[in-house]
Design a protein around this ligand. Structure first.
Ligand code: APR
Ligand code: PHB
Length: 396
């Protein structure tokens, strides 16, 4: 087999890149380790920046998003038993975020790919990326008991944090930066109406962090900070609902609609960046290159901006015969990635209880929260990062 761009991974990064390349007339094949059903079964993010929703519309998959997505003009911060609204829309000159599940976005992209019969190899085993530092990269995999090989011009590593692409780069050619946080998030998905249908709620209580989000007007997504050694089986639904309400202000707590969880899981929080994001003719995008703590809702949106830059680079190469985009891809992505890492680290540090920073650290956190909700400039800083910085932010 031969193609122009071989994409490893059929998550949001790989699927969105595939559609952007198809729209530009650039051939691509996606090679995915799991089945399509398995990919769709992952419960992940749900808040889309304007950059991401614009990209989905650009590739023609904005219909369900526009019909079922819920637009948010503000977020709310709860601390010291009081709730404070941050007018994101007003502070950013009209920008918003949209609540729309990653699962739904992935489904829309899968359907769009299938409608134009683009090749996706699911359940590919033992995927290898070969000769990417030469002129003729190849992808090799096993399927149905046979060895298959794809010759290509470029490889897009959209295979997530545990993928094969970054792992195939020699240790001396890559630098990894990591910070692991001393707690996790227990997340619950339930088919109950969200307590706050038009604003994500972030709570910092003496019992720990909590977050109130949604997937639709009938499906809610909630999280509470928990110790890293907690197990899901330690948390009955009742214990979860009681703990969530204890972390909210009394008025909001009284309005929480409870119900049986349809998904319940604990995830650790980490910040991670691999540099560079390009190795010869192989390019990393999305979780393959970076991880953010979920606090700032940046993971899915960074994946989208990576593949927007990458698709533009390939279009320049093929249509304008210019290597400029591929040569600047890594530096351009990392400038945006590190600003998102900073914002996610800042918001995580501001809203969570850290076991080792009681006393002075706690007082600083309280002072910063009080300053934030009373300072238009700091609120504007939060708002412009929350909706996502422009793709060309800071570029000369
Ligand atoms: N070969 C082929 N496919 C692979 C391999 C491999 N060796 N390893 C992993 N994959 C696949 C995974 O099965 C997954 O479907 O690559 C895909 C990577 O998808 P994601 O992990 O979702 O990463 P990405 O597409 O960058 O999306 C980032 O997903 O994890 C969330 O919070 C993250 O919202 C963010 C988004
Ligand atoms: C979610 O809906 O899963 C979500 C929302 C906001 C966040 C993190 C996660 O900051």
């Amino acid at each position: 087999m031969r193609t122009q761009v071989a994409i490893i991974g059929a998550g949001p990064s790989g699927l969105l890149l595939g559609q952007l390349l198809h729209k530009a007339g650039i051939d691509n094949i996606i090679v995915e380790r799991q089945s399509g059903e398995y990919v769709l079964g992952r419960i992940r993010a749900g808040i889309l920046e304007q950059v991401t929703t614009d990209l989905l519309r650009e590739v023609g998959v904005g219909q369900r998003l526009d019909a079922e997505g819920t637009v948010h003009h503000s977020i709310e911060l709860v601390f010291s038993g009081t709730r404070h609204a941050i007018d994101v829309h007003g502070l950013t000159g009209g920008k918003v975020v949209t609540a729309y599940g990653q699962t739904e976005m992935t489904r829309d992209l899968m359907e769009a790919r299938s409608e134009v019969s683009l090749p996706t190899v699911y359940e590919a085993r033992d995927v290898e990326v070969l000769d990417y530092d030469g002129e003729h990269p190849r992808v090799r995999y096993q399927k149905d008991g046979q060895t298959h090989e794809i010759e290509c011009d470029f490889i897009a590593g959209c295979d997530g944090f545990h993928g094969v692409c970054r792992a195939s780069v020699p240790k001396g050619a890559i630098t990894e930066f990591e910070k692991v946080y001393p707690f996790g998030w227990l997340g619950v998905l339930a088919d109950v109406p969200p307590v706050s249908p038009h604003a994500i709620v972030y709570a910092n209580s003496e019992r720990g962090f909590a977050l109130c989000s949604m997937r639709s007007l009938t499906r809610s997504r909630y999280y509470v900070q928990c110790p890293l050694d907690d197990k899901v089986e330690d948390w009955s639904d009742q214990r979860f609902w009681d703990e969530l309400r204890l972390r909210l202000d009394p008025e909001m707590a009284s309005r929480v609609v409870t119900g049986s969880s349809i998904e319940k899981s604990i995830a650790p929080l980490r910040s991670f960046v691999a540099e560079p994001m390009r190795f010869g003719r192989m390019f990393l995008a999305g979780d393959a290159a970076h991880i953010v703590p979920p606090t700032g809702a940046k993971g899915l949106n960074l994946a989208a901006s990576d593949v927007k830059y990458l698709s533009g680079a390939f279009i320049e190469y093929y249509k304008e015969k210019s290597p400029a985009g591929i040569d600047s891809y890594s530096e351009r992505c990392l400038r945006r990635v590190w600003k998102a890492e900073r914002f996610s680290w800042w918001l995580t540090s501001l809203m969570h209880r850290f076991p080792d920073t009681a006393g002075f650290g706690q007082k600083i956190q309280e002072a910063e929260l009080d300053y934030l909700v009373n300072s238009e400039s700091l609120s504007r800083s939060l708002a412009e990062n929350y909706v996502g910085l422009p793709l060309n932010f800071g570029e000369r």
